[in-house]
Design a protein around this ligand. Structure first.
Ligand SMILES: NC(=O)c1ccc[n+]([C@@H]2O[C@H](COP(=O)([O-])OP(=O)(O)OC[C@H]3O[C@@H](n4cnc5c(N)ncnc54)[C@H](O)[C@@H]3O)[C@@H](O)[C@H]2O)c1
Length: 251
């Protein structure tokens, strides 16, 4: 599965799943552009990849702004000359309120980051990939892009939107050698998003109980699927949203 000579962008690469995806792309031999709003951790991860002999560069970007997404892709082309893979992973958990109590600001923020951010990224990544004959995009959805959960209307709507955007773009670019898929993790441990929940043993037991495997997933279990979807091993897979969820969606 060598990605030698290839270039990958990973958004939300400063922590959790995105950090793990960036490290795995680099391990497979790709040059990696890590992007995030959290500059300190992103720079540190890029430095660690370089120290391990890989190629990596951190580009700060707030992906809720289309111009930042455009600049991120331009920077990748300037730095490494091409773009082959993108994992559009940046996201937030947002408010925990039922629909009638969800704030307007909270709604706008989560749609801007978790949904519009993915659209902006693909809008600029696709033309860059077309320049060199194709590529593969993996968007980070969630099991909550397939089913609802009380108290997270913004997150659930945004992730359902990511699945729809993925299918649509996949159809549009299937004949242009760009495969576009999504992955749908259930609850994943060791990320900023779940760290606060996991601090409480009662909550941790409850979260584990939602998964038939009775545990949360690990970032590397999601990253492995992203790498496989990016690789030639997935050469006939496009427009899919693949769960990595310990059986969550099978209940
Ligand atoms: N952890 C889970 O249980 C879980 C489950 C399903 C899906 N996901 C999805 O996985 C993705 C990664 O989340 P994670 O769990 O690794 O959490 P995380 O909080 O550790 O990582 C998210 C990253 O996105 C970055 N980010 C947030 N807003 C941004 C913005 N406007 N511009 C650029 N970067 C921004 C954060 O700084 C952070 O580094 C998210 O899209 C999340 O919705 C997570």
């Amino acid at each position: 599965m060598s990605f030698s000579g290839k270039v990958a962008i990973v958004t939300g690469a400063s922590s959790g799943i995105g950090k793990c995806v960036a490290e795995l792309y680099a391990k497979e031999g790709a040059a990696v552009i890590l992007s995030d709003i959290n500059e300190a951790s992103g720079e540190k991860t890029a430095e660690q990849i370089r120290l391990a002999g890989g190629k990596a560069c951190f580009i700060p970007a707030d992906l809720s702004e289309s111009s930042a997404c455009r600049r991120m892709v331009e920077a990748a082309l300037e730095k490494f000359g091409r773009l082959d893979y993108a994992c559009n992973n940046a996201g937030i958990g947002g408010e925990n309120n039922p629909t009638a109590d969800y704030s307007l600001e909270g709604w706008q923020q989560i749609i801007a980051i978790n949904l519009s951010g993915v659209f902006y990224c693909m809008k600029y990544e696709i033309p860059a990939m077309l320049q060199t004959g194709g590529g593969a995009i993996v968007n980070m959805a969630s099991v909550l892009g397939q089913v609802g959960i009380a108290g997270a209307p913004g997150y659930v709507a945004a992730k359902h939107g990511v699945v729809g955007l993925t299918k649509n773009a996949a159809i549009e670019y299937a004949a242009h050698n760009i495969r576009i898929n999504a992955v749908a993790p259930a609850f994943i441990s060791s990320t900023r998003m779940t760290d606060k929940l996991e601090g409480n043993p009662k909550v941790q037991n409850f979260l584990s109980s939602l998964h038939p495997m009775k545990r949360l997933g690990k970032p590397e279990e999601v990253a492995g699927l992203v790498i496989w979807l990016s690789s030639e091993k997935a050469s006939f897979v496009t427009g899919a949203c693949l769960p990595v969820d310990g059986g969550y969606l099978a209940r």
